[in-house]
Ligand binder design. Structure first.
Ligand code: G3H
Length: 476
């Protein structure tokens, strides 16, 4: 049984209050993770993080670059161990787990390069810009203070580091709360930070019962930035309890694949199946509904079923595309969505095969879905994909925009001009033409609209989101 420690104010500690971590592949308990649940002890963590900020924010940029570089090197050195933890606690395949570690290290390197560039090129205003002789100005980027980072289970390393790296290099300090499934890697990362000598209080890994204490974290007066990835319900609840806090929220998604009449259906079916089912559909940017006209419907369905044969299903060590879902609860939720669709006369195009012992659900394509069905608008975070038929493009846009979510969308067409026109009408952060939706390449801004989020991430934008401007105006 693994017994990881928390990094609190420079000390690796344990407590006498634990939460179990369950291996999704076996449903067996694999670790007991210590928690801090007493309000005074939680508040003390934030107070110490604030105290650390007072000195860490005044350190040189080179010092913080060296630390982040050493941190990235340490993660690189431990890449196999870290990938193994991902396999164990979130049932990601070894191949994808290693990919997540490598992507994270690259993200850290990009953060260093981009921030150096930003610091070297502050916002400046000459007398000519200001139309005032003898006046010029420079606006630097400065850290806010304590960042509360709350990261999800599905990319527990990458989506933790996309919060930590920009916060740390810019001089903020961090208290992070990882999802329980995902806490083993989170706590390991904090240990590595400790190993490379981040000063005490700069990084704190705080496990706590989030249902009980989430609001206490969000409302702590020392928190200046909250960067949360998770459900819209929890994100909004926490955001409501913050005070003068800069918010970066990445919430749910219901990304549509909008297949136009002139689409290359081979390409569309390939991208849709890959986009919907990789990591069992447990990606915020997974394709979560397909919209096609009657004209292309039958052909597209045939091609998607053909593509589905490439989607391997199995336990993580077999490196499948679809593996165990994160929990028994998630499997049940997906099965409920399928039952509801069947009750409302949807057509299930693939056998509903599942194994309760390891939370495995084989991919399910659901045809003739309409707005009455839960699967038309809820986010399964699992390997089920609804197909909806639209009458015309206006009807399709209306169906797409009826969703509470607006993370990303895909449009498949050979008409670039039309693609751009339709893209501008879709309420989503990013529209991908002839490609499945995805967050990467990480240098791109990453954002959602409506209930999909608030604030912008991506290498450069996360650095901007985690810093404020500070202007100095010179008058001669
Ligand atoms: O779950 C959300 C992740 O940010 C998805 O990242 O689209 O690059 O796989 P990705």
């Amino acid at each position: 049984m693994l017994q990881p420690k928390l990094l609190i104010n420079g000390q690796l500690i344990t407590t006498n209050d634990f939460v179990p971590v369950i291996n999704p592949t076996t449903n067996a308990i694999i670790a007991q993770v210590p928690q801090i649940n007493e309000p005074d002890a939680i508040n003390e963590v934030f107070y110490q993080a604030h105290q650390a900020f007072l000195t860490y924010s005044k350190t040189s940029l080179q010092y913080r670059i060296d630390l982040l570089q050493a941190f990235a090197d340490e993660i690189s050195k431990h890449q196999t161990e870290l990938a193994d933890l991902l396999v164990l606690e979130i049932a990601k395949s070894p191949k994808d787990s290693l990919q997540e570690v490598l992507r994270t290290v690259e993200y850290m390197h990009e953060t260093i390069a981009v921030y150096q560039e930003m610091v070297n090129n502050p916002l400046t205003f000459s007398p000519k810009d200001l139309k005032t002789p003898n006046k010029n100005a420079v606006f630097h980027r400065v850290p806010y203070g304590v960042v509360l980072a709350i990261s999800p289970f599905n990319y527990p390393l990458n989506l933790l580091m996309t919060k930590l790296a920009p916060a740390l290099i810019t001089g903020n300090t961090v208290v992070f709360k990882p999802a329980t499934q995902g806490s083993l890697i989170g706590l390991k990362i904090a240990e590595l930070a400790h190993k490379v000598n981040y000063p005490k209080g700069v990084i704190n890994s705080l496990m706590t019962n989030a249902r009980q204490n989430g609001i206490l974290l969000a409302s702590n007066p020392y928190v200046r930035v909250m960067n949360f990835t998770g459900s819209a319900k929890v994100g909004h609840l926490l955001a409501k309890h913050t005070q003068n806090v800069h918010l970066i929220l990445e919430l749910g998604g219901k990304d549509p694949a909008f297949v136009l009449d002139d689409a290359d259906l081979d390409l569309a079916s390939r991208e849709i199946i890959k986009g919907a089912f990789s990591y069992s559909g447990q990606r915020c940017t997974a394709i979560k509904r397909v919209l096609v006209s009657q004209k292309n419907h039958d052909q597209l369905v045939i091609k998607m079923l053909e593509q589905l044969k490439q989607i391997t299903v199995g336990l993580p060590h077999e490196n499948p595309v679809v593996g165990p879902l994160i929990s028994a609860g998630s499997l049940q939720y997906n099965l409920d969505l399928i039952d509801d669709a069947i009750e409302h006369q949807a057509t299930i195009l693939t056998p509903v095969k599942y194994e309760i012992a390891n939370n495995l659900l084989h991919p399910v394509l659901i045809d003739h879905v309409n707005a009455m069905m839960r699967v038309a608008h809820e986010e399964p975070f699992g390997p089920i994909l609804p197909i909806l038929v639209y009458k015309d493009y206006d009807d399709a846009i209306e169906m797409i925009n009826a969703s509470e979510f607006g993370l990303q969308a895909s449009i498949f067409t050979q008409d670039e001009v039309l693609a751009q026109t339709l893209a501008m009408r879709i309420e989503a952060g990013t529209i991908n033409i002839n490609k499945a939706s995805s967050r990467g390449p990480d240098i791109l801004p990453f954002l959602g609209v409506k209930n999909s989020g608030f604030g912008v991430q991506g290498v450069k934008d996360a650095l901007t989101s985690m810093t404020n401007l500070k202007g100095i105006v010179f008058n001669k």
